[in-house]
Design a protein around this ligand. Structure first.
Ligand SMILES: O=C[C@H](O)COP(=O)(O)O
Length: 261
């Protein structure tokens, strides 16, 4: 089944709301409309930027989608500092990142919390970009496939097949994030394939064939094309390389099959 690739730029804690306007404008200007027929392009700015990005995207009818980098598992109430799925949905978000390794490591998020966040996202009509991936020691010990399929099972617990089909999975080996070390194309395909097979086993072929599985970890213009050519890699979650709009536009174009004119 043909799955449209998704290239999502996770800005992490970079770019204030004024800078966000400039970067989004430049990205839309640099990437001709025809590329959006072939790839979906998303930006994932900090919470404080979302209203500015929404206003710009709406005003100029940009084909770019956007989303948050995290959400609360709760819907409202006394949860100081948290942002709910309802709030993100109201801002026109399509996506929300859940379970990024930086949240798992720095904020101690476990599979149970990640699972609650996936449920919260879907409850509010947001598409979760569910991140998972192994650390270097797990890979060195050869446990990467079991580790990642275990995280997948934990995150999807209690979801209907219809809801699982809506989720985007992002395989991000922790040792490749922000390090310049990219998993080889064969390594990325191995884990993405194993994740799809696990989806097939637990949720059925119809679901497994629909779910987009991205690769993330030091994706750049020089490796994106080869990565997305792999059978089970349906796009990329891009960190550092998404902060430069012209470079990110080039990366999106390469994922769509050719460089910018
Ligand atoms: O969410 C994005 C990933 O953490 C990858 O970040 P990176 O492209 O800077 O390695």
């Amino acid at each position: 089944m043909a799955r449209k690739p998704l290239i999502a730029g996770n800005w992490k804690m970079n770019l204030n709301h004024l800078e966000a306007i400039g970067v989004t404008q430049k990205l839309a200007f640099a990437l001709p409309g025809k590329y959006f027929d072939v790839v979906d392009v998303a930006v994932l700015p900090p919470f404080t930027d979302l209203r500015s990005v929404q206003t710009l995207v709406d005003a100029d009818s940009m084909p770019i989608t956007y989303g948050g980098q995290d959400l609360s598992p709760e819907d409202s109430g006394a949860f100081t500092g948290d942002v709910s799925g309802a709030m993100l949905a109201k801002l026109g978000c399509t996506w929300v990142v859940v379970g990024h390794s930086e949240r798992r490591t720095i904020h101690g998020e476990d599979d149970e919390l990640v699972n609650r966040k996936v449920h919260a996202a879907l409850r509010h009509g947001l598409t979760p970009i569910l991140c998972l991936g192994e650390g270097e020691e797990v890979r060195d010990a050869g446990g990467h496939v079991a580790h990642c399929t275990g995280q997948l099972d934990g995150a999807l617990k209690g979801l209907s097949a219809d809801d699982v089909a809506k989720v985007v999975v992002a395989y991000e080996p922790v040792w490749a994030i922000g390090t310049g070390k990219t998993a080889g194309v064969a390594d990325a395909q191995e884990v993405c394939h194993a994740l799809r097979e696990r989806l097939r086993e637990v949720h059925g072929a119809g679901v497994a064939d629909r779910v987009r599985i991205l690769y993330g970890g030091s994706v750049k213009s020089n490796n994106v094309a080869d990565l997305v050519k792999s059978d089970d890699v349906d796009g990329a979650l891009v960190g550092g390389a998404s902060l430069d709009p012209e470079g990110f536009a080039e990366l999106c174009a390469l994922a769509a099959g050719g460089p910018l004119p």
